[in-house]
Design a protein around this ligand. Structure first.
Ligand SMILES: CC(C)(COP(=O)(O)OP(=O)(O)OC[C@H]1O[C@@H](n2cnc3c(N)ncnc32)[C@H](O)[C@@H]1OP(=O)(O)O)[C@@H](O)C(=O)NCCC(=O)NCCS
Length: 331
């Protein structure tokens, strides 16, 4: 059986930097509150006219370049995101068009912050079964346009940002390299704890003037509830995948968690007994970019020389759904 190896990574974030100070022009908040509660100092927002698939395209081009591969060599595209350029079709089709690869299948994965781990896991299965050889997995997100920037929405809108990251996977003959294993979970009892409810397809009329005044057209987050679940589920699923791969915490060279909140990452580091020096954290620069966050962090860590040949890397995520998952790979 072939192994799925990541041979290219890339990321792209919009140029438009929004600092915590910038947010104070719209809402009652402070740099101190945001930094203390989340670790976030700034985030990126798209400029007018930019779309999710634009971000995904830029990240994909970089990942393909590193993989020394043409888009035409791709057998499959997996696009993880909360959104798309339109309500439908999915963002994978918009990316397919931009990459100029008509006919290459494109699958959208909508598992929020866990999207990139779900996407890599799907890619791993297709490669292991021999169905596909080269797969592009992208995590891309535009959060800035859906935020309530008034004080009403400040607990959510200070956290999220825009960006994209991508990975190119290929079938490898090397038995000990590539994805070693993964574990995925979802618990739909908590759909309402972190969600964007409206407008949705069940409403008639789907969009009305009243709706524009409703806070239900903005993301809702039960922050404390999410926090409490995240700090339990992250370590649990990491332990689960380590056990499945017969590896221990001391074997892991680098943990790249979903960048939810610096306090969550620190709590997970403590619970796992893996020091923060073996964690990647870039949340201070980008905030929480949902499905894009692990992809961006992996690409940056690689650029910074923190990902080395033969390293054991752990990717882990938790988010809306709730969904959570973890993956181990040998670089
Ligand atoms: C969101 C989060 C930072 C809020 O921190 P918290 O300590 O739980 O704060 P609370 O929600 O209890 O709010 C405390 C106070 O700060 C206020 N507040 C909320 N957002 C604020 C902001 N951006 N600026 C200033 N004050 C704010 C609240 O209104 C509240 O005021 P009150 O005491 O007068 O009622 C925290 O719950 C969290 O990190 N949760 C996890 C979020 C996450 O990671 N989500 C992504 C998962 S993928």
């Amino acid at each position: 059986m072939k192994n799925a190896r990541i041979i290219g990574v890339g990321h792209y974030v919009p140029e438009n930097v929004i600092t915590n100070e910038d947010l104070t022009q719209w809402m009652d908040t402070t740099n101190e509150w945001i930094v203390e509660r989340t670790g976030i100092e700034e985030r990126r927002w798209i400029s007018e006219g930019q779309t999710i698939s634009d971000l995904a395209y830029e990240a994909s081009v970089k990942a393909l370049k590193m993989a020394n591969m043409e888009a035409a060599q791709l057998d499959f595209i997996i696009f993880a995101s909360l959104g798309s350029d339109y309500e439908f079709p999915g963002g994978g089709c918009f990316l397919n068009e931009k990459l100029g690869v008509p006919g290459v299948p494109a699958l959208d994965v909508r598992t929020q912050c866990t999207g990139f781990v779900y996407g890599l896991t799907v890619a791993d299965q297709f490669i292991k079964t021999g169905m596909y050889k080269n797969i592009l997995v992208v995590g891309a997100e535009v959060q800035s346009n859906s935020m309530d920037l008034s004080t009403r929405g400040r607990d959510v809108s200070v956290i999220f940002g825009d960006g994209a990251g991508a990975a190119v996977l290929t079938a490898s003959e090397e038995p000990d390299k590539g994805i070693l294993g993964s574990r995925l979970h979802a618990d739909g009892r908590y759909t309402g704890e972190l969600c964007l409810e409206l407008p949705n397809i069940n409403q008639k009329p789907r969009i009305s003037a009243d709706l524009l005044d409703s806070d239900r057209i903005y993301p809702y987050m039960n922050g404390r509830f999410v926090f409490k679940h995240a700090i339990v589920k992250f370590p649990a699923v990491i332990h689960e995948v380590m056990e499945a791969c017969d590896l221990k915490a001391e074997d892991v060279n680098l943990v790249i968690p979903h960048q939810a909140n610096l306090r969550i990452t620190e709590a997970v580091s403590k619970r796992l007994g893996i020091g923060m020096d073996r964690f990647v954290s870039n949340i201070h620069k980008y905030g929480n970019t949902t499905a894009a966050s692990i992809a961006i962090a992996l690409s940056e860590a690689y650029e910074e020389g923190r990902v080395k040949d033969n390293d054991i890397i752990c990717l882990a995520a938790f988010g809306s759904g709730f969904t959570w998952g973890a993956m181990l790979l040998r670089w």
